[in-house]
Ligand binder design. Structure first.
Ligand SMILES: [Zn+2]
Length: 458
């Protein structure tokens, strides 16, 4: 039995080390890098659509690396670390290949890189933190840059007039945010246009068939698919202002927050994006309010913020609510109130406190007044399944069809994975604990039994 326990413990410890390589790795002391060993500059070569390769040369001829790591410092403090395979024939020429599906390199977005190596005697060397900018090198990109703001538009294999149309629309949308809401950029923004799904499918992992584009607010980047068809002009006038608005909203409210409580409500972000695309139009507002007044789904604003975009069945209504309540705020409190709200969020006001400070109302009062002024029922309604008819029809829906994009895909994926890993680890430890407990009880029981059976003979 003791052997079984020892074997089980050995197995457990090995398994634990395998599933937590980062923690295991951090226990090894890292030797101080020798500053005399020099490195060149990192560059990237492309074998697309299969992979990118990062390269660097160790320039000190008397130093021969035998092992090493590359670290890629991504947005929001994420770090990707990988072990290098050193070519014994060219040990000073380091390289690391990665698939575009890894979602590490976005077109024109800088990544920071550091290379760490050591030689056979354990002498360590590290490059400095180097900035390198990736490209989607499959295409010849045309670039249009604004001289009024840090805005760039990239497109390929389309006419110059197409590029000008995208650029003018982006400039107008940026002006709208600056002039109406006093929103200003703190970092560059970029609009990258692809021509079809085929160009992005199997290249960027997150582009499914139903996705028309994605905004990465933290990177100041939006990638959009704009096909050359009869809906092209409408789509440009819809999606470009919508996405530019999101990029401005993110930067004007201070970017990423330390706590979810400090984020502005999603419905305000989506409401402003729609108003940027279609204007604050009274006829459109009337149509939307009519549809909302007949909707089987009309949750409160807190619920709307927490669950925006979760259920496709009610997505149209969620956008309509966002448009309606944002229009109500603009019409009742004025454009400067939205400018003040954005500034309050940049000052780290919490979600509801910004409204209390700027408009003098909490969400409950705002909601009551908005519903009353818009002819909406005061009763909150929640969607309970497909048997309900959530969207009443009254001619073509005036709601813009811009593809909703999650605030940050990568964080959700990483967070989900880490959460799952932590859960697995906890379950594993619990099972291990129960197993050991049962073994001990079982052994004690056997011992007692053997004591009892051996007593008459002792
Ligand atoms: Zn949106």
């Amino acid at each position: 039995m003791r052997r079984i326990i020892i074997a089980f413990f050995t197995f457990s410890i090995i398994t634990f080390l395998i599933i937590s390589p980062v923690q295991a790795g951090t226990r090894t002391p890292t030797p101080t890098p020798d500053p005399a060993i020099r490195f060149g500059q990192t560059w990237i070569t492309y074998e697309l659509p299969d992979f990118y390769t990062f390269h660097i040369k160790v320039e000190s001829p008397d130093y021969t690396p035998v092992k090493g790591n590359i670290r890629l410092y991504l947005y929001e403090g994420e770090v990707v670390e990988a072990t290098l395979k050193i070519d014994p024939v060219h040990p000073r020429e380091l390289n690391y290949s990665i698939s575009p599906l890894s979602f590490i390199l976005y077109p024109n977005v800088p990544v920071h890189v550091r290379w760490d190596v050591s030689d056979v005697s354990g002498r360590a060397a590290s490059s400095d933190y180097q900035e390198v900018v990736g490209q989607d090198a499959r295409y010849q990109w045309q670039t249009l840059k604004s001289d009024k703001r840090d805005l760039t538009v990239l497109y390929h294999d389309r006419s110059p007039s197409f590029g000008e149309t995208i650029f003018d629309t982006a400039e107008k949308s940026a002006e709208f945010m600056e002039e109406n809401f006093d929103a200003h950029l703190t970092k560059p923004i970029m609009v990258v246009i692809y021509n079809s799904h085929d160009e992005v499918r199997n290249y960027y992992t997150d582009f499914g068939d139903s996705i028309g584009g994605q905004a990465f607010s933290d990177l100041g980047l939006t990638m959009q698919i704009i096909q050359d068809d009869k809906w092209m002009e409408d789509w440009i006038n819809d999606v470009i202002p919508h996405e530019i608005s999101h990029l401005y909203f993110y930067q004007a409210t201070g970017g990423d927050k330390l706590s979810w409580m400090l984020y502005p409500p999603t419905w305000l972000n989506e409401g402003i994006a729609q108003i940027n695309a279609t204007g604050n139009d009274s006829q459109q507002l009337e149509d939307i309010n009519w549809q909302l007044s007949h909707s089987a789904f009309l949750p409160n604003l807190r619920y709307l913020d927490a669950h925006f975009g979760e259920n496709e069945d009610v997505l149209t209504i969620e956008y309509q609510m966002a448009y309606s309540v944002t229009s109500y705020i603009l019409n009742t409190y004025g454009e400067e109130s939205v400018a003040d709200l954005l500034a309050a969020y940049a000052d780290n006001a919490s979600c509801e406190n910004a409204f209390i400070g700027v408009l003098g109302v909490n969400f409950l009062t705002l909601e009551k007044e908005w519903r009353k002024a818009s002819g909406l029922p005061s009763e909150e309604k929640y969607y309970s399944g497909p048997k309900d008819t959530p969207t009443p029809t009254r001619g073509p829906s005036p709601t813009p069809t811009a593809t909703p994009t999650p605030k940050d895909n990568s964080k959700i994926v990483t967070g989900g994975f880490l959460g799952l890993a932590a859960l697995c680890l906890c379950c594993f430890i619990l099972v291990l604990f129960i197993f050991v407990l049962l073994l001990v009880i079982n052994q004690q029981k056997k011992k007692k039994e053997s004591d009892r059976t051996s007593q008459p003979f002792s």
